[in-house]
Design a protein around this ligand. Structure first.
Ligand SMILES: Cc1cc2nc3c(=O)[nH]c(=O)nc-3n(C[C@H](O)[C@H](O)[C@H](O)COP(=O)(O)O)c2cc1C
Length: 205
C-alpha cells in the first residue's frame, strides 16, 4: 500500500528481471557446477523463496533433504558401492559423479498422502517446488540442474536418504557456480504444444 514503485519493472527497482531469467534459463551440465555454492544465508533465502509454491489444501506434501559437504561425500561413497553391484555399473557410477561434483544438492521428496486432495496434485506441487529451487538458485547467481538418476529409485539408496515408505524423490537439484555456460537446446515451437480452444469444437464435443 502506498508503494508507488511496486508496479515498476523489477529491474528498475533494483531487483532481478524475472522475465529475463525465465526466458534465458538453461541447465548447466551437472559436472560443470563448482564451488562456491550458496552459503548458509543464501541457502536460507533460497529455501524460503522456493517454499512459496502453490499447494492445494496447504498440505506441504514435500520436504527438502540437504546434501552438502561430508554428508554428500559419504552418500556418494556408499552409492558407489551400490553402483558396483549393478549390471550398468559404469553408467551408474557416472550418475553418482553428478551428485558428487556440485557443492550442494537439494533433494525434494514428495510426501503425497491419500485423502481430500488428489495425490496427483500433491505430486505436481513437489514438481513445482523443484522448479522453484532451480529458479531461486538461478536468481541468486548460481547454476542448477534437476536430476533423478537410478539412486532416486533404488531401495537401499532411498534408505540412505532417510525416505519413508510413502515418500518419493521428485528430484535432486544440483547447485553450484557453473564453470561453463549452459548449452542451448532446441525448445518446442509454441504452436506445436499449444491448443487455442474454439467455441465450435466445444459445441461439437
Ligand atoms: C523430473 C526430472 C528428472 C530429470 N532427471 C534427469 C537425469 O537424471 N539426468 C539428466 O541428465 N537430466 C535429467 N533431467 C533433465 C534436466 O533437468 C534438464 O532439463 C535437461 O538437462 C535440459 O536442460 P534445460 O533445463 O536447460 O532444458 C530431468 C528433468 C526432470 C524434470
Amino acid at each position: 500500500m502506498g508503494d508507488e514503485t511496486t508496479c515498476a519493472p523489477a529491474a528498475e527497482r533494483g531487483g532481478i528481471d524475472m522475465m529475463a531469467l525465465l526466458s534465458a534459463r538453461r541447465s548447466p551440465p551437472a559436472l560443470s557446477l563448482s564451488t562456491p555454492g550458496p552459503d548458509a544465508a543464501q541457502l536460507s533465502i533460497l529455501l524460503g523463496a522456493a517454499l512459496r509454491v502453490p499447494d492445494h489444501g496447504r498440505m506441504s506434501p514435500w520436504r527438502f533433504i540437504i546434501l552438502e559437504g561430508a554428508a554428500k561425500d559419504a552418500l556418494a561413497d556408499r552409492l558407489d558401492l551400490l553402483a558396483g553391484e549393478r549390471e550398468d555399473a559404469m553408467k551408474a557410477r557416472a550418475g553418482i559423479k553428478k551428485l558428487r561434483t556440485p557443492p550442494l544438492a537439494i533433494a525434494v521428496a514428495s510426501c503425497a498422502v491419500e485423502g481430500r486432495i488428489p495425490e496427483w496434485e500433491q505430486i505436481l506441487s513437489a514438481g513445482a517446488l523443484c522448479q522453484n529451487v532451480l529458479l531461486a538458485a538461478t536468481a541468486l547467481g548460481f547454476g542448477g540442474n534437476w536430476v533423478t538418476g537410478w539412486y532416486a529409485y533404488d531401495e537401499r539408496a532411498r534408505a540412505m536418504l532417510g525416505l519413508g515408505a510413502g515418500e518419493r524423490i521428485a528430484g535432486f537439484i544440483l547447485i553450484g557456480t557453473p564453470l561453463e555456460s549452459a548449452p542451448e537446446r532446441p525448445r518446442p515451437a509454441i504452436e506445436a504444444v499449444t491448443t487455442w480452444l474454439d467455441a465450435a469444437s466445444i459445441a461439437a464435443a
